[in-house]
Design a binder for this molecule. Structure first.
Ligand code: ZN
Length: 215
């Protein structure tokens, strides 16, 4: 083999090696398990009315006979699924909470033995339909925000790593009749500040630090 031929062969070999490296990298990126990528999902409301019994009572022996659509995926069912995916903790920071299906989801998690913390706005706990009393009666730890600056958050952190946040109030009106949005994400850079903010608000709402009238 002449020198020129040898150089050509070596050159072709180098190109082939480079290409195979590129191909390997591309294949690795393509074959990476989906769960390795942070979860991101956007949901828009109003949500199509549908029955949620299959999510809230998955072990029920009966088939629901209500007039709503069954076994359809909606924005609201996605939201419920994200909440019900919790396996350890749920931190909830919502200024109003009257949606009964969301309340049932939180109660379901409580029955499973999860650690649940609910932070809400004091005036809204007294409004008709508020679920805060129901949660408290079940033994869920609820704190109210005493600060003069209105707490207007609507976010939840599932297991300290999945953030659910957006414009949606936890009311039936918001779910069924309003144009709202929800972002669900496991991007650490987005979740971390919410975890820290929740802890800050939770600590500052410690009833031991506040003198509630008529004390
Ligand atoms: Zn039904």
């Amino acid at each position: 083999m002449s020198l020129l031929q040898t150089v050509k062969v070596l050159g072709l070999g180098a190109i082939a090696l480079g290409l195979s490296g590129e191909l390997l990298g591309w294949l690795q990126r393509r074959l990476r398990p989906a769960r390795a990528r942070p979860l991101n999902e956007v949901l828009f409301f109003p949500s199509e009315p549908a029955c949620m019994e299959h999510l809230l009572m998955p072990h029920a022996q009966y088939r629901c006979s209500c007039p709503l659509s069954h076994d359809v995926e909606t924005s609201f069912s996605r939201l419920l699924r994200h909440l019900l995916s919790a396996s350890n903790t749920l931190d909830l920071c919502v200024f109003s909470f009257s949606n009964m299906d969301l309340s049932r989801a939180v109660l379901t998690l409580h029955k499973r033995g999860l650690t649940i913390r609910v932070l809400t706005d004091q005036p809204f706990t007294k409004m008709t339909g508020s679920q805060i009393g129901v949660l408290r009666k079940a033994g869920i730890c609820v704190r109210v925000d005493y600060d003069a600056v209105h707490m207007h958050h609507k976010f939840a952190v599932v297991d300290g790593r999945r953030l659910i946040t957006g414009s949606l109030n936890w009311t039936l009106q918001a779910v069924q009749s309003n144009k709202e949005n929800i972002l669900v994400t496991e991007e650490p850079d987005l979740v971390r500040p919410f975890v820290q903010e929740f802890q800050k608000l939770w600590d500052s709402s410690d009833p031991a630090k506040h003198c509630v009238p008529p004390c």
